[in-house]
Design a protein around this ligand. Structure first.
Ligand code: ATR
Length: 274
């Protein structure tokens, strides 16, 4: 049997095992995917032990996406640019690190919008998730690409070429100029919270607005955007997209994405209609 796992800390709420096992079962593949909590303090010893075992591949999540790198034999060009790995593949006895977060995000976005050279894109937040999304969007060469962050210096350290780093206040003021807006901060994560990183007063109807959070299915940010007539998407398409691409790296073919999405909606209590 093939063996796969997601490693992280904490990991008990991860939806990756259900999603991948549903896809394996749908093609009667003799494979299993589990969640393994690795200790933050003893990470190096524990990961070395796992890599020496009989696993075929891993997903890596918070807080180990950077720390795994010294343990791998090779990195894909995109993982190198991100400085972070979310997918580990065994090939010819070697461990290859890849990052499917950026391409997974693009797959999801394409369900509602193809990015063109006319687009003006705003990314809110400059953390780990933001970086993979930023690099993937930069490759699509939009007309304008801005990262706005509470700590502007972090956005400034991330942007390259002609791209811009803005304050949240500036993003709020010029919101009407953007065709695509992506919320990548952790605001909105606890279901009870009603905060948004910026006010959406200037948002234009028809703007594409994505929040990479999928639980809750609609953050306060997405709810307000919808009220203003935006075309909204939550984080489920990105999550299933990165998972599907990891699956493809391991098996050589794409999984049944609908099976994965159906399972995720089931796990989330059918609360997302997106
Ligand atoms: P991840 O790796 O999931 O992207 P992270 O690296 O912890 O998470 O980044 C969190 C992001 O959310 C950052 O952009 C952070 O802004 P700062 O760089 O200024 O810390 C942003 N963030 C978190 N809480 C916030 C808040 N209350 N208001 C505005 N931005 C916030």
């Amino acid at each position: 049997m093939e063996k796969y796992a997601v490693i992280g800390n904490p990991i008990n709420h991860s939806l990756s095992p259900s999603m991948h096992n549903a896809a394996f079962r749908s093609e009667e593949r003799d494979a299993n995917y589990e969640a393994i909590q690795v200790s933050v303090e003893a990470f190096d010893a524990e990961i070395a032990h796992l890599l020496a075992g009989d696993f075929n591949g891993f997903n890596v999540t918070v807080p180990f996406k950077e720390r795994i790198i010294p343990h791998l034999d090779e990195l894909s060009p995109f993982a190198k640019r991100c400085g972070a790995v979310n997918t580990v593949i065994k090939a010819d006895g070697k461990w290859l690190g890849d990052n499917t977060d950026g391409a997974g995000f693009m797959e999801g976005l394409h369900e509602i919008k193809a990015v063109t050279s006319e687009d003006r894109i705003l990314i809110i937040g400059a953390g780990g998730a933001s970086k993979a999304i930023y690099l993937a969007l930069a490759d699509a060469s939009p007309q304008q690409l801005v990262i706005a962050n509470r700590t502007v210096e972090k956005a400034a350290a991330m942007v390259q070429k002609t791209h811009e780093a803005w304050s949240l206040a500036k993003a709020e003021k010029y919101l009407a100029d953007f065709t695509i807006i992506i919320q990548t901060t952790s605001i909105g994560l606890p279901a009870s919270k009603n905060e948004t990183p910026i006010q959406l007063t200037n948002l234009q109807a028809g703007t594409v607005v994505v929040d990479i959070i999928y639980n809750p299915a609609e953050t306060a940010f997405l709810k307000q955007a919808k009220t203003k007539g935006a075309v909204i998407q939550n984080g489920l398409p990105m999550f299933s997209g990165q998972g599907a691409l990891a699956y493809q790296r391991w098996t050589g073919h794409m999984p049944n994405l609908e099976v994965m999405k159906k399972k995720l909606l089931e796990e989330l209590g059918g609360q997302s209609s997106l």
